[in-house]
Ligand binder design. Structure first.
Ligand code: 5GP
Length: 181
């Protein structure tokens, strides 16, 4: 029996699969253009939400790629940020003097992006540090931070799909949607 209090039939489409994939073609080119073509890029996938975005993005890169995974949680099972970051796994190799691309699903309050940017600058001393997010909820920001690259600016709605979850569900949808109030 499923106890989930949201029904997929109520989900409204916000960004279609085709629009996401089209945007990724542009984003990948823009991001790659700031790295030398013969340089390696260390792509840091911030789990779990950015799993789809990161996987589809790196397939488009022509540079040599190393992929690393870190895990942070800030929403728990809520649809509003708890402002309480939980760093679940930040294990990484030495990234001193490397080209680093952090890949996030969405920037909401900005707390996660701020934390990660500061952490990488202080602890890892990368050669280049670039932050890319698929979605940008600029209107929800609590701290000043802007990604170097983002796919779509969205309103202050709780969205699911394409890696983003509600209580662990809906990550597998190929599009992004929301549940109307
Ligand atoms: P921030 O620290 O910017 O408030 O939030 C970043 C994290 O909160 C994201 O990586 C994502 O996991 C989660 N988050 C923020 N907004 C949403 C949303 O609309 N839907 C879902 N599913 N997660 C969100």
């Amino acid at each position: 029996m499923i106890l989930l209090d949201k029904d997929i039939n109520d989900l409204q489409m916000l960004i279609s699969e085709a629009d996401i994939q089209k945007k990724l073609d542009v984003l990948a080119k823009d991001i790659e253009s700031i790295f030398d073509e013969n340089e390696d890029i260390y792509v840091i996938c911030v789990l779990k939400g950015s799993v789809m975005f990161c996987a589809d993005l790196v397939k488009r890169f022509k540079n040599n790629i190393q992929m690393e995974f870190i895990r942070i949680s800030s929403y728990g099972h809520e649809t509003k940020s708890t402002n309480n970051l939980q760093a679940i796994d930040l294990t990484l190799p030495n990234l001193d003097d490397k080209n680093v691309l952090i890949v996030e699903d969405i920037i909401d309050t900005g707390l996660t992006a701020r934390f990660l940017t500061d952490l990488f600058k202080i602890k890892h001393h990368p050669k280049k540090l670039v932050f890319a997010s698929l979605l940008n909820k600029k209107c929800a920001r609590q701290v000043y931070i802007d990604p170097d690259f983002y796919g779509f600016e969205i309103d202050d709605k709780f969205v699911v799909g394409y890696g983003l979850d509600y209580k662990g569900y809906f990550r597998n949808l190929p599009y992004i949607g929301y549940f109307p109030d």
